[in-house]
Design a protein around this ligand. Structure first.
Ligand code: SF4
Ligand code: SF4
Ligand code: SF4
Length: 498
């Protein structure tokens, strides 16, 4: 790939069209507003996936739908077709990303603040993208933290009785970090002021390309707190953009949020049309995109559950009301960074779980094709990460240092004009293998790292207790079969409850 192509791919990525492993194939990331999408728009996404993709859509950890396998020649057409129903593509790469929110307070009975209302203000604020870096924001309406704002976002807002607690520095990926609390019990207006202070801070040249975690780790929590909490009382004149799925009234008694199982987040076009139809006829007319990839339809009458179950069965879908929580993955096998086929792993694991008859919805399992952990492997009771062992070929390495710059954990140095990998620092990600212009870093063994004990939120009533935490690696470089055996063993003896 020459430099021009690289620039073009970056531009496409920033505009929501991300290259896949297969030649000329892209994934199209469709933006959601407040992580919801109405039935008419869903129908359009289903039609486009059928016509220009491979007939299915992914419900992803980014809380939006992705149409995979669109040919490069068709991506512009798909974008234009989406615009006809007022859908835009999401922002990817080094940009401010879609704000992730959980439910409107009028829908979720746990919510103590209204995440939609704050989300509207934040989306308005982020219309001015400061550029040059990835910034993720997410909001949860209570301490359950369904959007995992403390880990998945540079700036995460967690609703409490007196307002929002704010966390800076969450991220997954190669250097995962749990965000630190930088403000306590502040109002929506104050949250926007805090974002303004953050943007003013990171505009300094030294923070170019840096994430919230880098800022908080370099300056320390007290200093960051002081900077971010300046003049929070300022009034904002901008009119907040309004989410069209906002609810004016409390959801009626007897109505629930219907969860649908979608293993690996995969939903065919026919299934998506059925989901849209059910949302229209039995729910509030829209679907909510959740972190763990199972579509949710709010506002469904409990008395209609069996009727809906039959309708879902017509397209091989089931309600997520028993078994283990939805098994979620990233792109896995078809990502350009993918090392392992996570879809294959999780589909086999699902069969094992069914065979074991495990009916605990509170068990969370997810997989990522590489250590970037886009499939939130660090935040699950059992998580899998694809890993690979890099080996420098001393005969072909020129000592050019490209790999040194590509390695995000500083595991490579040049010694006597040769790249040397510090395997104590290496996180087995393949970035150096992909970056070397001379193919001088070869692929060694590959397999899965198995993690246990991660959790993305906090539930005061949870017997396991405790706070948000990152899963710990218990085994590295295991084959798919070994990964399945380990998972089965853990599930049988309940050791996932670390
Ligand atoms: S975790 Fe790796 S394989 Fe999965 S989507 Fe992210 S970069 Fe791709
Ligand atoms: S990028 Fe390749 S050739 Fe250059 S130093 Fe690294 S291993 Fe050697
Ligand atoms: S040495 Fe290579 S595989 Fe290891 S962390 Fe660095 S870039 Fe990733």
């Amino acid at each position: 790939m020459n430099k021009k192509q690289k620039i073009d791919l970056d531009q496409l990525k920033k505009g929501g069209m991300v290259k896949l492993n297969e030649k000329d194939m892209f994934s199209v990331w469709v933006r959601t507003v407040c992580c919801n999408m109405d039935a008419k728009k869903l129908q359009k996404v289903a039609d486009l996936a059928e016509k220009y993709g491979r007939g299915y859509v992914l419900f992803t950890t980014r809380q939006l739908p992705i149409i995979p396998f669109v040919h490069i020649d068709d991506v512009t057409t798909v974008k234009e077709e989406l615009e006809k129903v007022h859908l835009m593509l999401d922002r990817c790469g080094a940009r401010v990303r879609n704000t992730d929110v959980c439910y409107d307070a009028n829908i979720c009975s746990y919510a103590v603040t209204n995440p939609i209302s704050l989300g509207e203000k934040i989306d308005q604020f982020w219309k001015n993208d400061p550029g040059g870096r990835k910034i993720k924001t997410s909001i949860a309406g209570c301490s359950k933290q369904c959007t995992s704002p403390r880990v998945l976002s540079d700036i995460g807002f967690v609703g409490g009785e007196k307002g929002y607690d704010v966390y800076l520095g969450g991220r997954l990926g190669l250097k995962p970090n749990i965000g630190s609390m930088v403000a306590e019990s502040i109002s929506e207006e104050e949250c926007v002021s805090l974002l303004k202070n953050y943007v003013a801070l990171i505009r300094e040249e030294k923070w170019k390309g840096k994430r919230g975690a880098d800022v908080v780790n370099a300056l320390g929590v007290p200093a960051v707190k002081e900077i971010l909490n300046k003049n929070l009382g300022e009034k904002h004149s901008e009119k907040a953009f309004l989410c069209d799925t906002r609810q004016d009234n409390k959801i009626e008694d007897g109505k629930i949020i219907l969860r649908i199982r979608a293993t690996c987040g995969e939903v065919t076009s026919d299934q998506l049309r059925k989901i849209a139809d059910i949302a229209e006829n039995y729910g509030k007319g829209f679907v909510h995109f959740v972190l763990r990839g199972g579509p949710e339809i709010p506002g469904v009458d409990k008395s209609k559950i069996e009727e809906i179950r039959k309708k879902l069965a017509e397209v091989n879908l089931e309600i997520l009301d028993q078994g283990v929580d939805n098994l979620q993955t990233c792109f896995g096998a078809y990502c350009t960074n993918g090392i392992m086929d996570t879809q294959a792993l999780l589909k086999k694991l699902e069969k094992i779980i069914k065979k074991l008859g495990i009916n605990d919805l509170d068990i969370k399992i997810s997989a990522s094709g590489c250590p970037n952990s886009c499939g939130i492997s660090h935040l699950s009771d059992i998580g899998f990460l694809g890993v690979i062992y890099p080996i420098v070929n001393k005969k072909t390495c020129t000592g050019c240092e490209v790999c040194v710059k590509a390695c995000k954990v500083d595991a490579i140095s040049i010694q006597n004009k040769l790249a040397v990998i510090d395997y104590n620092k290496c996180v087995w990600c393949m970035d150096c293998i992909n970056a070397c212009p001379f193919d001088a870093i070869e692929k060694g063994k590959k397999g899965y790292s198995v993690l246990v004990g991660g959790r993305g939120g906090y539930s005061p009533n949870d017997q396991r207790g405790g706070e948000t935490k990152l899963g710990k690696v218990i085994k590295e470089f295991v084959s798919e079969d070994e990964a399945l055996e380990i998972a089965e063993e853990i599930l049988k003896n309940g050791k996932y409850k670390s």
